[in-house]
Ligand binder design. Structure first.
Ligand code: SIN
Length: 515
């Protein structure tokens, strides 16, 4: 692999990276879009179900819903940017440029309803909206723009000096070299790979956040890890049909969109009783964190929780989900077995309303960024929107910086082979710690203990990084850096709010401590 130069380097090909690359290309920049993904489904965007919220008659109410969902912690100015730009950006980019056809009924858009939205305002395509946006977007950028797309290419390290970023070291086929850029945009998505159950693909190892943190960028709100209450979860099913192809994935997990509850799906506990009305006046459409904790409690107290879809036309309304159930051997007529699963990180690289990080010429966009839109908890169907809107803003802003070269960090290859199952074993341990101690409910003691285990683990990984370079090792490094950031932020925040929920320390020492 040779050294390269580009005006704008974008890392990641979900909706945020694609939107940024498109905007920078349209502004006349030479753009390189690097992604470690080899297939579209290795980006979280592909997995998004519910849809993309837009403004209808009442933008102020949309803003209020976002603020309420965040328990009043979202940044009102960021929320205003999102809502002000929502409809026009969706219309310009998705509808007019990409030609995406959202579902309609009787010639009008069929706006969906999800929890904590005051009105139906969600554009969707069945419950597979992500896939139907992502694939045309990838094709458009590859075929209709001058963007250079480099697949199966991972960013390992940022090139930086004294608060300024000059590009990144990219790796492909085991070889690596610097790509120097006028601006570098991180769009690497979330952190699902840090938890045993997640609705994200395995590729979500937090790379952008880790690289930015190691380069000295400000990182914020990392304790706010959102768990989705209704992921279909079966203990023993074909891994091939799951989004978690990794060995450490726990059973098969796939999202059952909140839209199903929006259309009348009911949660029942192990005794067959509907329980959500006892937890919240909005019952199944209560804020996501409330439903997730209720599902966790009912699973612990009564056994399997199911989503009862018998009162709706499930197969007609959600044909893709019915197919997915069938592929996982789930008989949905008996109720869909569900469990909460890690879904989204509200925090990340702190950025402003143009996606600028605290480091010169480093931008972040999408799930790896923290714009302030989500605060402590995210309103459903605002993540694709945030990636799209901020992507446009970042892409426009990132154009016009000169490419400068400095000496790039030297990565070592003294002994490129990692011992046997090193990465797999460490990931397994890390996921157990995150699940048991930094999950839906946290205790002060547990968080303290998690930090000592994670610090140890990071030390072991760093020791290998000092003498070896491989993608899986760097992914593991990203995961260990980001896990520690989450656990530290959670330990420092003594207030239960949004996705960060503290309970009394009652749990016995966990097996994860001992390792
Ligand atoms: C869902 O379809 O339930 C997920 C939507 C979201 O997380 O925004």
């Amino acid at each position: 692999m040779n050294e390269q130069e580009t005006d704008v380097l974008v890392v990641g090909t979900g909706i945020a990276g694609l939107s940024a690359a498109l905007a920078a290309d349209e502004a006349g920049a030479d753009v390189t879009l690097a992604t470690k993904a080899e297939r579209p489904e290795q980006a979280s965007t592909w997995w998004a179900q519910g849809g993309i919220a837009v403004t209808r008659d009442d933008p102020e109410q949309f803003e209020q819903d976002i603020l309420d969902a965040s328990a009043g912690t979202a940044d009102p100015e960021a929320v205003e940017v999102l809502v002000e730009n929502a409809t026009d950006t969706v219309s310009d980019v998705l509808v007019d440029t990409l030609g995406i056809e959202f579902d309609t009924t009787g010639g009008e858009y069929d706006f969906g309803q999800e929890a904590a939205h005051d009105e139906a305002r969600i554009l969707h395509i069945n419950a597979e909206t992500g896939k139907h946006i992502h694939v045309p977007f990838l094709n458009y950028v590859a075929d209709e723009t001058d963007v250079t797309v480099r697949e199966d290419t991972a960013a390992l390290e940022l090139i930086r000096h004294e608060g300024k970023v000059y590009g990144a070291i990219l790796e492909q086929d085991g070889e690596w070299a610097p790509t120097y850029a006028g601006s570098t945009i991180l769009a690497t998505g979330g952190i699902g790979a840090l938890y045993p159950r997640s609705t994200n693909p395995d590729t979500a190892t937090g790379d952008g956040i880790a690289m930015a943190a190691l380069a000295g960028a400000d990182i914020e709100d990392m304790e706010y890890v959102q768990f989705h209450p209704t992921a279909c979860h079966t203990e023993s099913e074909a891994q091939g049909a799951s989004n978690r192809s990794g060995d450490a994935a726990e059973g098969g997990t796939f999202l059952i969109s909140e839209a199903v509850r929006g259309e009348g799906g009911l949660l029942r506990n192990g005794n067959g009783e509907r329980f959500m009305p006892e937890y919240h006046e909005d019952a199944e459409l209560a804020p996501r964190d409330v439903v997730a904790r209720a599902v966790k409690t009912e699973r612990e107290e009564t056994g399997d929780v199911t989503l009862d879809v018998s009162g709706m036309h499930f197969e007609e309304e959600f044909p893709d989900l019915a197919d997915k159930c069938a592929a996982h051997d789930v008989d949905w007529t008996e109720g869909i077995p569900i469990a909460p699963a890690q879904h989204f990180l509200c925090g990340g690289v702190a950025v402003d309303d143009r996606g600028r990080s605290s480091l010169d010429r480093l931008y972040a966009v999408g799930e790896c960024s923290r714009t302030g839109v989500h605060g402590a908890n995210r309103l459903a169907s605002t993540s694709l929107l945030e990636g799209l809107v901020w992507g446009q803003r970042v892409g426009e802003d990132a154009v016009g910086n000169d490419i400068e070269r400095i000496e790039a960090p030297e990565l070592l290859e003294r002994d490129p082979d990692l011992p046997g199952n090193f990465a797999r074993d460490k990931f397994h341990r890390l996921r157990r710690v995150m699940d048991e101690m930094v999950g839906i409910e946290r205790t002060t003691d547990g968080l303290k203990r998690s930090q000592s285990v994670l610090r140890r683990l990071k030390g072991e990984v760093d020791a290998y990084v000092r003498t070896r370079t491989s993608r899986s090792l760097y992914e593991l490094r990203s995961a260990s850096v980001v896990s520690l950031l989450i656990s530290r932020a959670a330990a420092e925040n003594e207030q239960s709010i949004g996705c960060h929920y503290l309970v009394e320390d009652a749990k016995p020492e966990s097996a994860a401590d001992a390792q």
